[in-house]
Design a protein around this ligand. Structure first.
Ligand code: MIC
Ligand code: SF4
Length: 641
């Protein structure tokens, strides 16, 4: 049977299950990656498994998120990560070496392999024809322990590209166009496989910009074939031996198809406060801009910085704009410092930021009050920048550079500059000195833990009757940034669940943690696409710590759903969406867990004296996990058996 590329990779890694959309599959994982903000939890969980060494072909631990060291916490976490990596056979990418997804693409990603990362933008490496999936830290720790990754087999969507990108139109516009058409819910339960003639003209870094932001569609992952572009890129990275050609079989079929003609695409921009609020740049040109930020795992490659320099060279950043840029990796930074591009950008007035996530996660470079910030990033959720009333727009590097010069939202085609054809280098600077490879035997390594690293909270087995109060009712598209904010103040508490739980739902209802504790826990009610955005398991772990028993919504985002199960919170969905209106905050609810296996439950709303039917999509394994009080408890029970 003719297989598409996704099916080929899954088939090669299928540990159990059937490749039928909607059924559970278990996928063998070749590589894992973690970053520091999710990594500490992931390695604490790996340690709890009691294994001696990681079982994967390659596991890499990056430090790129919690880089602002205003106290001992982040520095302690970095030291913990470095020592735990050496102890258990994990490669460690030191702070300063760059953003996990960019560095992984440059140095480690391999066509046809599977990659599980504790970060939602892990699909960046889909640009190299990897099946690269974002997951909670616990799922990644299990994968490091040799367990397959369990997920629902998604539908596979062919994104057929034709034509060629026109000058000043870039890869970012391809994914913004998809977000415009399909919205932040459009990719849920789907994998986006790119194909068609238009693929050939896109380099690996461009492909990765597109697969990176498939996460904003809610997709399980996105990937491109491995072809001559892939070979060229790997060769330039000194890794031609990692190249294998990979593509869909002729006649392969897909569940859905979307077509994009690259010839007709125009520069696009996502307006506040959602990545799918996309319009043509020309439709909103002229809006004054106070800040421009270039970087993030989406658009911080060598090619991106060269494109910007092409526009900025010899010009000056507009007096009302502050322009900051963070090269995606140390490799990129070294290269632009050697070829003069860094000098050109600095001469133009740009501010060099660290090679890290930085402003993308609210770690510095926050916009001014009410300011407009144009960013090459992937997320513009309200308040994420660190300034609550800032208005963040998402656009390509070319659009961002144009705005930096003119001080207003500008279509780069309206600048009187010639578009440069940016070629990828024949050879990248190869310098892995900031990567520490683990010793063959890590037994003698002492794992160093700081006082901010607190033990993992646990949950008891689920009871036969669950009752409690509705602590909060929220609407559609609630992000994990709403549930568990990031930013410079909260991020240093990632290894300390009791402390970080005090910030749950801070921007929605700051009384939530106190009320939850006082009520002895309870329920959250939400709308569609609940938990979209990041992979942070703290958005489940901290509510679990506060006693949340079940989340009842119209629909879940994939990673958050898995995280809720992992921490023993029951994810329930309204059988009839209109029943959302039949529950209010402070209502008392009760249900029996006896019938969980049937997939259908009845919630008794004791306050309104009505019954509300709810369903769930949990597999038999998921159910056992929730009954046990979470995955770690389940794994331990299994080990005893
Ligand atoms: C993000 O972009 O939101 C993050 C920060 O990278 C998260 C991970 C985290 O919260 O640590 C993600 O995307 O998964
Ligand atoms: Fe870092 Fe931003 Fe990418 Fe998340 S989206 S990994 S915070 S750069």
């Amino acid at each position: 049977m003719a297989l598409n590329l996704t099916q080929k990779i899954i088939k090669n890694h299928l540990a159990s299950g059937e490749m039928v959309p909607g059924k559970q599959v278990a996928i063998k994982i070749d590589q894992t990656l973690t970053q520091d903000a999710t990594g500490t939890m992931s390695y604490l969980q790996f340690e709890a498994l009691g294994l001696d060494r990681v079982q994967t072909e390659l596991s890499v631990s990056y430090v790129d998120h919690n880089m602002l060291q205003t106290g001992f916490e982040n520095a302690d976490d970095h030291r913990y990560l470095q020592t735990v990596a050496a102890r258990y056979g994990i490669v460690f990418s030191r702070p300063g070496n760059g953003i996990c997804h960019q560095v992984h693409l440059e140095r480690f990603g391999r066509p046809g392999k599977t990659l599980l990362g504790s970060d939602s933008h892990t699909p960046t490496n889909g640009g190299l024809a990897m099946l690269a999936i974002g997951a909670g830290g616990l799922d990644v720790s299990l994968a490091m322990g040799g367990e397959p990754f369990y997920t629902t087999m998604p539908k596979i969507v062919l994104v057929k590209l034709t034509g060629k990108l026109q000058p000043f139109v870039s890869a970012k516009d391809v994914i913004l166009e998809l977000l415009r058409r399909l919205t932040v819910k459009g990719g849920v339960g789907r994998i986006f496989e790119y194909g068609g003639e238009g693929v050939k003209g896109l380099s690996v870094p461009e492909r990765s910009t597109i697969t990176n932001m498939g996460a904003e569609l809610g997709a399980t992952t996105s990937l491109f074939p491995s072809d001559d572009q892939t070979r060229k890129y790997l060769k330039a990275q000194g890794r031609e031996k990692d190249y294998v050609p990979m593509e869909a079989d002729p006649g392969a079929t897909y569940d859905e198809t979307v077509e994009i003609d690259l010839n007709t695409l125009e520069p696009l921009i996502a307006q506040p406060h959602s990545p799918d609020n996309v319009v043509k740049v020309r439709e909103i040109q002229g809006i004054p801009v106070s800040q421009v930020a270039i970087g993030s795992c989406t658009n911080s490659s060598y090619k991106d910085l060269l494109s910007i320099a092409g526009i900025m060279k010899g010009k000056t950043v507009h007096p009302s704009v502050s322009l900051g840029f963070s090269p995606g990796s140390r490799q990129t930074l070294e290269m632009i410092s050697q070829n003069g591009v860094l000098g050109d950008l600095i001469a133009a007035g740009a501010r060099l930021l660290e090679s890290a996530c930085g402003p993308c996660i609210g770690m510095g470079f926050a916009p001014p009050s009410g300011g407009v910030s144009v960013r090459t990033f992937n997320r513009n959720f309200e308040g994420r920048s660190g300034t609550k009333d800032a208005k963040v727009y998402l656009a390509s590097p070319e659009v961002a550079a144009a705005c930096a010069i003119t001080g207003v939202i500008t279509d780069p085609r309206d600048l009187k500059v010639k578009a440069e054809n940016v070629e990828l280098p024949e050879k990248y600077v190869l310098d892995d000195r900031m990567v520490i490879f683990p010793p063959a035997d890590g037994h003698s390594i002492e794992v160093l833990r700081g006082p901010n690293i607190k033990p993992l909270p646990t949950r008891d087995r689920i009871s036969e009757t669950v009752s409690g109060t509705v602590l909060l009712k929220v609407g559609d598209n609630i992000t994990t940034d709403h549930i568990m904010p990031a930013g410079a103040k909260v991020l240093p508490l990632r290894s300390n669940v009791p402390a970080i739980s005090q910030y749950v739902f801070e921007s929605v209802d700051p009384t939530f943690p106190k009320r939850a504790k006082e009520a002895g826990g309870g329920f959250i009610v939400g709308g569609a696409n609940y938990g979209q955005g990041s992979s942070r398991e703290h958005a489940a772990l901290a509510p679990m710590y506060l006693g949340v028993r079940a989340v009842i919504v119209k629909g879940f985002a994939r990673i958050h759903l898995a995280n809720l199960i992992n921490f023993g919170i029951l994810p329930l969905t309204f059988a009839n969406e209109s029943d959302y209106d039949k529950i209010d905050r402070d209502d008392k609810l009760e249900f029996s867990t006896k019938g969980l296996e049937t997939g259908h439950l009845v919630l008794r709303n004791l306050t309104k004296k009505i019954d509300i039917p709810v369903t769930h999509s949990l597999s038999a394994r998921d159910l056992e996990i929730v009954r046990a009080g979470g995955t770690l408890a389940y794994v331990k029970e299994q080990a005893k058996k």
